[in-house]
Design a protein around this ligand. Structure first.
Ligand SMILES: [Zn+2]
Length: 170
């Protein structure tokens, strides 16, 4: 069996959406919430997927260090990047894609989670879903199954790992 728990992490950040054509093309901010869904083959001897403090320690630290109180921009957004860099101090985080809630969830799942999970070896876990709440009524989710062909290596390794954990007999 596979079992999942979720840790919720709040942060504040600014962004803008290139080529939106409307309000979201302005520099603006959100009170974001990230939900990190972690799956294990089974619970540990204490009955947990993973200690919530472990997930918080990894993901809250990364978000605090990189996204919290930062301006998150697409790396192609030269005008906005130049503007933010002209202000001291500033925190700027560049994304390979437009910083929508969808792409932020995708980035956390595909790029950030594997590196963070490498740091722990006492749990056999996988992050199988990330949800980013941009407002109280708007969120986007990205799941392991959606890992696209741009990172087939990663997607396949993860898919296999999730399947291994979920398959009976393990
Ligand atoms: Zn926005």
């Amino acid at each position: 069996m596979a079992i999942t728990n979720m840790k919720r992490i709040s942060f504040n950040a600014g962004h803008r959406l290139m080529n939106h054509g409307g309000r979201c093309e302005n520099l603006h901010g959100h009170n974001y919430v990230a939900e990190i869904y972690v799956t294990a083959r089974d619970t540990d001897e204490l009955g947990r997927v993973v200690d919530f403090a472990v997930v918080k320690g990894l993901f809250k630290t990364w978000i605090d260090d990189h996204w919290d109180h930062a301006m998150i921009l697409a790396e192609q957004d030269e005008v906005a990047i130049k503007a933010i860099r002209s202000v001291e101090p500033h925190r700027l985080y560049l994304m390979p894609w437009n910083p929508t809630a969808e792409n932020m969830a995708r980035y956390l799942l595909q790029r950030v989670a594997p590196a963070l999970l490498e740091r722990i070896d006492d749990y056999d876990i996988v992050v199988n879903k990330v949800v980013i709440w941009e407002t109280e009524t708007s969120c986007a989710e990205y799941t392991l199954e959606q890992c696209d062909a741009s990172e087939p290596h990663l997607a396949e390794a993860w898919r296999q790992s999730l399947l291994d954990q979920a398959s009976p007999g393990h």
